[in-house]
Ligand binder design. Sequence first.
Ligand code: AMP
Ligand code: MG
Length: 443
Amino acid sequence: MESRASEPEQHDRRSAPLLNVDLAFRKLTEIVRPVADYEDVGLAHAIGRVTAADIAARIDLPPFDSSAMDGYAVDATGLHGASRPQLVVIDQSTAGHPARRALSAGNTIRVFTGAVMPAGANAVALQEDVVREGDTVTLTTPVRIGQHVRRQGSDIGQGDAMCRAGKKLSAYDLSWLAACGIATVRVARRIRVAVFSTGDELASAGDVLKAGQIYDSNRFALKSLLREKAVQVIDLGCLPDDRTSIRTALLAASAQADLVLTSGGVSVGDADFVKDVVAEIGAIEFWKIALKPGKPLAVGSIGDALFFGLPGNPVSTIVTYLLFVAPAVDLLAGDEPMPPMALPAMLLAPMQHAKGRREYVRGAAKVEGGRLVVSVTGDQGSNRLATFANANCLVEISEDVANLRPGDAVSIILLAGEGAHLLRETRETQEAPAAPDPAQRRV
Ligand code: AMP
Ligand code: MG
């Protein structure tokens, strides 16, 4: 048989057209309805939650003029450009304990970082720039008006917009809201996600495998990936390859969840019932994507719940979760999902790729000689979780290109989590310093 490496692959075996990945994503954004059901939560529980309304600053930040450094508060105008003026220290202002006295001519007040600027002062002379003898300081460096002063409201002014509605709150947002004294926020309620595995062959980790069984990994992958989302996961276990059981379980799940995720049973095998059952009890919006791995992905609805039938192969489950499910969770909560940042990298080894489907290959990227290079993590079978072992990115190969050669430019998408540390330029990849000449070594 002839090699199909460069032959377009737009149709599957039964000649049903495969849906382009971008089109599939657009369809998804069209069918997802945000839950629009809100609750007030304390900041401690707000990480990853999506704001229901714009949030404005309640106070000026900083709330008062304060010193940015340890030093001496002065009236820079009153110094009249005198060289090395001498001033008398009459009081001090520390963080949380303002000075009792106002500044008057010929005087200074000791200040520390974060302390209220004393009345009458408009600049801070750094403590490194003065000579202090007893209660007298001599300024050794000219002082500019406003120097080392944080003006009231210079970070944000009372009433100014801090967060827009539909913003997923990050640690950075929460720290800013806390700084403005905001204790509770109105956010979308947690999205409820029901997760099933399907397949007569599945056993649970900890069980002894019987003939023909494999361990269920997809539920763990999905539940672990969902931990980065502020969702409520409903683990509904494994379903057998049986229409009636699948129908009953999916109907029950759709009544309690906003999103129902299954893996397996959406391909064209004789025991692949999931998609047909969903077509009966709900609707399939689209099925079969020009994607590798992940072609059999089925997306639809059951009642009010959004449904994803993820392919059973473990790598396909993960890739389709990252590309479609993760953004759908954000959309359900009212957030606009950001497309992943694609970084340019140089491929280190040749790669086989057939035109027609977009491919996401597990890769190990690193910085070499100041630029990103990437190698593929071994044979990319969609059953091979081993390809994730040393991976820190997905290499995105367009549907329009054929086989790739070393040196070709590709796009990579970093996987969230620990893999990112692999990116750091290591000693071995930096240019090795010349070995010291023993004759010249100083002892
Ligand atoms: P299916 O689409 O159901 O035919 O599944 C495709 C492949 O993925 C088969 O080899 C299944 O055994 C495997 N598979 C399905 N579900 C899981 C799971 N939860 N964990 C690990 N492998 C699975
Ligand atoms: Mg199956």
